[in-house]
Design a protein around this ligand. Structure first.
Ligand code: KIV
Ligand code: ZN
Length: 533
């Protein structure tokens, strides 16, 4: 029965082509530039994501852009690779030169069609622009079978002229017609109506695929894209994390997941491997340094996080109460129940169980009272805080490792070396190690002293003041026996700060282990390899 429904649905649901322009419209926005190697890495990931088209760049813009587009064209094989060109012969030749070696090349040529752009920017008449467009498309078609034509600022163009130029471009050989909302001015009803009118009025429209391309100046890029799709567009141009000129482009992950989650109502689907979405988003952020906001739909840190007690209780009973898609669909391992002042006993008990502590009703009640008191003072209560709540009364402070001294040697021709001295139960231990860098060497020296090999899963340094003597705030997360422990420290010396943060995380991990093993009074012995001072 279910299978029957799926195939009936598949028969009417139409495929939408996903045109990713992260490497062109996205990359040209402030703070998002990438070098060739980084662009090729992202292009490989976009192929894993199974986007239909990768717009690799604007080859005439610079020799760097040309090289990057050519490198992407050479390195990829499954997606169509598009290169952008103004409706100018030189641009089109350069674009073709960059993509000619890829199995599926596309030349994407454009010209502005709004009277506003014609008057102030191009200083050309409608007749001249129409002629430029036709010549450009014809020339592009003489080089490449797959040609896309874009009417820049289509949403502010005269609809009669728009239909005229679209018809001429299709006659000249364009197979894809893109009608951008270049300045993010449209609202969904208006943008959708433009697609409907073009579909109805242009006699040869059946020979081309209509494409939408929306900017997010009013925060409507995704809504406008969906309106276009509901009115006949079958290609959507978008970017990972929604990066792009000014407020960005329509976000790929939002469009794709709208098609996935609401596909039945839209009767549309894409071929994207959605479980690659999160990985792609993270890769882009790490390549550009441009992080997404916590509450960003689909890929933000809060997208699958619940804090309100009622929501947490619902999610624990059945995730569909408050989640419209599973985190796994987009490649996120699991949702998170953030523990804060709005959380309830159910979530607290669950988190303790995940940390390996099965609490009795009485223990839970005591922990909950301490938890609410702490949550009133702190925005978020982390795993190590929960461990400490159970530790209260055990006074484990003397069992901590304290930093006594650190010395590092590092430079261009020196193997980074660190010597670390730690105090533990009133004894001092010292050891040295080499590493990939001074911080790595210091962590290895600590590993030698403590005998504990924790996996470093997160490490970040953020400047919290200005100038050369700025204070760096270090955040560290380590994994030990499948559990995560955080450490933080602030220092003007980033190596000392890193070591202190690492020790804080390590001490928390050890406290947790002691509690679990019931060895509160038995100390963790420092490894014999470490020499006592
Ligand atoms: O926003 C826009 O109009 C564009 C075109 C070049 C397609 O990016
Ligand atoms: Zn654009």
């Amino acid at each position: 029965m279910e299978q029957e429904q799926t195939s009936r649905q598949a028969a009417v649901s139409q495929r939408v082509s996903i045109f990713d322009t992260t490497l062109r419209d996205g990359e040209q926005s402030p703070g998002c530039s990438m070098n060739t190697e980084e662009k090729v890495r992202l292009a490989h990931q976009l192929e894993q994501l199974r986007v239909d088209v990768i717009e690799a760049g604007f080859p005439i813009a610079s020799s760097g852009d040309f090289e990057a587009v050519r490198a992407i064209a050479r390195a990829t094989k499954s997606s169509t690779i598009a290169a952008l060109a103004r409706a100018v012969k030189g641009d089109i030749d350069r674009a073709w030169e960059a993509i000619r070696e890829t199995p599926r090349p596309r030349i994407h040529t454009f010209i502005a069609t709004s009277d506003l752009h014609l008057k102030y920017k191009l200083k050309r008449t409608r007749a001249q622009v129409l002629q430029d467009a036709v010549q450009a498309v014809r020339h592009a078609r003489s080089l490449c079978n797959d040609v896309e034509f874009s009417c820049e600022d289509a949403s502010r163009s005269d609809i009669g002229f728009l239909c005229e130029i679209v018809e001429a471009a299709i006659d000249a050989g364009a197979a894809i017609i893109n009608l951008p909302d270049t300045v993010g001015y449209s609202v969904p009803s208006e943008y959708g109506a433009m697609f409907r009118t073009v579909s109805e009025r242009v006699p040869n429209i059946g020979k081309a695929v209509l494409s939408c391309h929306c900017h997010n100046d009013l925060g409507l890029a995704v809504a406008n894209s969906l309106a276009a799709l509901q009115n006949g567009a079958r290609q959507v141009e978008c970017t990972v994390n929604g990066i792009g000129e000014r407020a960005g482009n329509a976000s790929l992950e939002e469009v794709v997941m709208a098609l996935k989650v609401r596909g039945e109502s839209l009767q549309l689907h894409s071929g994207v491997a959605t479980e690659e979405i999160f990985r792609t988003s993270r890769l882009l952020s790490s390549l550009t340094g441009m992080l997404v906001q916590r509450n960003k739909a689909i890929v933000g840190a809060n997208a699958f996080a619940h804090e309100a007690g009622i929501h947490q209780d619902g999610v624990l009973k059945s995730p569909i109460t408050y989640e419209i898609m599973t985190p796994q669909t987009v490649g996120i391992r699991h949702s998170v129940l953030v523990l804060g002042k709005h959380s309830g006993r159910h979530a607290l008990k669950q988190r303790y169980a995940e940390l390996g502590h099965q609490l009795t009703e009485l223990e839970l009640e005591q922990a909950y009272q301490r938890f609410t008191a702490l949550a009133d003072q702190k925005k978020e209560v982390f795993d190590e805080d929960l461990e400490s709540l159970l530790e209260i009364g055990l006074n484990p402070s003397e069992e901590r490792f304290h930093l006594v001294n650190i010395h590092v040697a590092s430079g261009t021709n020196v193997r980074p070396t660190a010597t670390v001295e730690l105090q533990h139960l009133e004894e001092n231990f010292v050891d040295s190690a080499t590493g990939d860098g001074p911080v790595d060497a210091a962590f290895k020296a600590i590993e030698r002293i403590t005998g504990i090999e924790a996996r470093l899963t997160e490490y970040s340094i953020k400047s919290v003041s200005l100038g050369h003597d700025a204070i760096g705030e270090v955040f560290i997360r380590i994994e030990l026996d499948g559990l995560l422990f955080n450490g933080r420290s602030a220092s003007t010396d980033i190596i000392t700060g890193s070591v202190k943060a690492y020790l804080e995380a390590l001490n928390r991990a050890l406290a947790s282990q002691r509690r679990k093993n019931g060895q509160q009074h038995e100390s963790v012995s420092a490894k014999s390899a470490a020499s006592e001072v």
